[in-house]
Write a protein that binds this ligand. Sequence first.
Ligand code: NAD
Length: 287
Amino acid sequence: MLELRGMPVTKAMTENLEVEIQKLKEEGIEPKLSIIRVGNREDDLSYERGVEKRFKSVGALVETRELPQTVSQEELEQCIEEVNKDDRVHGLLLFRPLPHHLNEERIKLLLAEEKDVDCLTTANDAHVFSGDKKGYAPCTPQAVMELLEFYNIDLTGKKVVIIGRSMVVGKPLAMLMLAQNATVTICHTKTKNLKEECKRADILIAAAGVPKLVTEEYVGEGQIIIDVGIHMVEDKLCGDVDYEAVAEKTSAITPVPGGVGCATTAVLLKHTVMSAKRKKDEEKVYI
Ligand code: NAD
């Protein structure tokens, strides 16, 4: 059984990106991410610290706008407009879910598509779902794709089963895998015979948000398992897969922690650098 660890993926991505960032800096461009955080949720703060560390380690810039939990729609929209107008900012990370009084649908239409490095906007969803290469996929599904590529796992003709149909993980991941010629089944809470569906996969992706949902009964011999879930249970991190119970049955499996989650900040960095490069290339065309 091969353990598909995220750190080597992140390291390889970051080393490549550091070179790209140096080249951009030689042309006077400093890739910069803006973070907008509403409130102080501990998991947002923890991710934010991870992003800051990753960006700073390679000389990319991050600025954080911290807004109170009670922020008005108008104030939030004004912040987004400022990001849109700021030529030095190449990407935005907005933590979600937003508090209930805020209208996320309006934000999805407001953010400039070219700065949408974590696939918040409707325009970027359209790019991901149509399979063109213009947009930026959400960081977590893209991290799964980076991990599979790093470990040379070819998707062509493979039967992939994804548990979860959210717009943050399950659905966009299905589209990314389809674009690489996998045969994809998406399962959800109303799926009948979930265990049987899972068992017949070559590659099983768990993104249900249920701790240790995937037990030995869900897993076929020699499968590859990617665990996207992340939960704190009795002060210990675990995924949607019962790792101890299934690992020996698989040919490869991601651990939690130390799997997919490790690579998401590297994807955010990659998208921010891509955005800075695209802006530079567009400006060249119009000179
Ligand atoms: P979500 O709650 O929005 O969606 C969960 C999906 O799973 C739903 O479509 C639902 O139909 C399905 N589902 C739930 N319970 C099920 C069950 N018992 N059987 C079959 N299907 C079931 O969650 P999400 O935002 O898509 O996140 C999924 C998981 O990924 C969570 O554990 C979350 O913490 C994790 N996550 C990890 C990262 C990361 O960086 N590693 C990032 C985002 C989300």
